[in-house]
Design a protein around this ligand. Structure first.
Ligand code: HSE
Length: 432
């Protein structure tokens, strides 16, 4: 056992950082035994020193993150600041100093992962980021290491807890989107500005990271097709229930059928109640992985929060410290397949389309003809007259599998029909 400690700089001491500091202190003996050397928290960089939490050693706190990273004896930098800058610059500085980095920063890894990996490799350091995707749930390491000998074809996940909470409330209580969002805010799941969650940016960053690792290629957040859940209505939830489905905000990463490209997307979708992801309630996350040899795997657990995210950070800390002691590094970026990321139009799936139409002879035939003209095959149609008898009806069409581009042209043509008063909603049907 080495007695000289490995020195750790912690950048950020919010909900996650303060848990990391607490666990490093309270579990110091176990961490030492598991790593084979003591780990010492050498400094904690914060923006607002007056906000430092209870249990965090005040004497370690500094507002000069750059000086902490550059002081010359830091072995590992833990970055839990989030956002692009100054996190990016601090991580690059850490690598230049020969330190390994553990980060929880999904936005940065999804935007600039390739450059970060290249810098880590150049300086013989590690870059680990298990906490960037789905909090405590082990996903990065299973995909990067445990499944490294297999071929992953599809990753389908609920990777945002806030939106899962909102959709779960809409499903269980019949609440509308705004009401469910208010409840999520009151309970502390949704932030004061919920844009990153409800517009799907958070999930898109995670989808980019998962797709890159799963398919051994490069995918950035800009490659991910993104739709949030703000347009999901109580009527969509009722319609999903009628079909034996529920609505989830899904991150879907797929290898194309010909294997020549991949796609990554985030959007609300109906999934059958029989699918394992349908039973993921409240703010939990789960990711379903389909691979050639292993078959179907599901990873489930808390995807956010200080303590669960700190668990993932500390797992990475142990791994990079062990590598340091062995004078080695863990796996770096694997992007050798160089598969291009295909456009959304190439995605093939099923659709649930809800139309407001004139309730008169020939309308159904007209609508069916538009689908036929665009090569989109209809699976089921359900028409419902309006109780107020205003001469309109709701028409719900569920299609067989079709390309997204064909569905978009179909919907555009439907909007041009005089008898179609409006397209109330379009939702993809996944997981069948
Ligand atoms: N805001 C995210 C969520 C957690 O609701 O899942 C951090 O990625």
């Amino acid at each position: 056992m080495r007695t000289r400690p490995l020195k750790v700089a912690l950048l950020g001491c919010g909900v996650v950082g303060s848990e990391v500091a607490r666990i490093m202190t309270t579990h110091a003996d176990d961490l030492t035994a598991r790593i084979g050397a003591p780990v010492e928290l050498a400094g904690i960089a914060v923006r607002r020193p007056d906000r430092v939490r209870e249990g965090v050693p005040a004497e370690l706190v500094t507002t000069d993150a750059t000086a902490l990273v550059k002081r010359g004896d830091i072995d590992v930098v833990i970055e839990v600041i989030g956002g692009i800058e100054p996190a990016r610059k601090l991580i690059m500085t850490a690598f230049e100093q020969g330190a390994s980095v553990v980060s929880a920063n999904k936005a940065l890894v999804a935007a600039d992962g390739a450059a970060l990996h290249a810098a880590a490799e150049e300086h013989g350091a590690d870059l680990y980021y298990e906490a960037a995707v789905a909090g405590a749930i082990p996903l990065v390491r299973p995909l990067r290491e445990s499944l490294a000998g297999d071929k992953v074809n599809r990753v389908l996940g609920i990777v945002n807890g806030t939106t899962n909470f909102i959709l779960d409330r809409m499903d269980s209580s019949g609440a509308g989107y705004s009401e469910a969002l208010d409840e999520a805010t009151a309970l502390g799941y949704a932030e004061a500005d919920p844009t990153a969650d409800v517009e799907g940016f958070d999930a898109a960053a995670k989808a980019a990271i998962l797709a890159g690792i799963a398919f051994h290629t490069r995918v950035t957040i800009d490659d991910v097709h993104r739709e949030g859940l703000t347009e999901v209505t109580a009527a969509d939830i009722v319609s999903a229930k009628r079909m034996g489905c529920t609505v989830k905000l899904l991150a879907i990463c797929e290898r194309a059928a010909d294997g020549a490209s991949v796609t990554a997307r985030v959007h609300p979708a109906m999934i059958p109640l029989t699918h394992p992801l349908a039973s993921v309630r409240e703010a939990y996350n789960a990711v379903f992985v389909e691979s050639e040899a292993a078959g179907q795997l599901m990873f489930y657990g808390p995807g956010a929060g200080g303590s669960p995210t700190a668990s993932a950070v500390l797992g990475d800390l142990v791994a990079v410290c062990r590598n340091k002691l062995n004078e080695s590094t863990g796996p770096g970026e694997s992007a050798y397949t160089q598969l291009p990321v295909g456009p959304m139009g190439e995605v093939v799936t099923r659709y649930h389309i809800s139309l407001d139409v004139a309730d008169k002879p020939g309308v159904l035939a007209q609508v069916a003809m538009v689908f036929a003209e665009h090569g989109v095959s209809i699976d089921t149609v359900r028409q419902q007259g309006r109780p107020d008898g205003d001469g309109e009806a709701s028409l719900v069409v569920v299609t067989h599998r079709a390309a997204d581009a064909a569905l978009s042209s179909t919907v555009e043509a439907l909007r041009n029909l005089d008898t179609v008063r409006g397209v109330a909603s379009i939702m993809r049907v996944e997981g069948e």
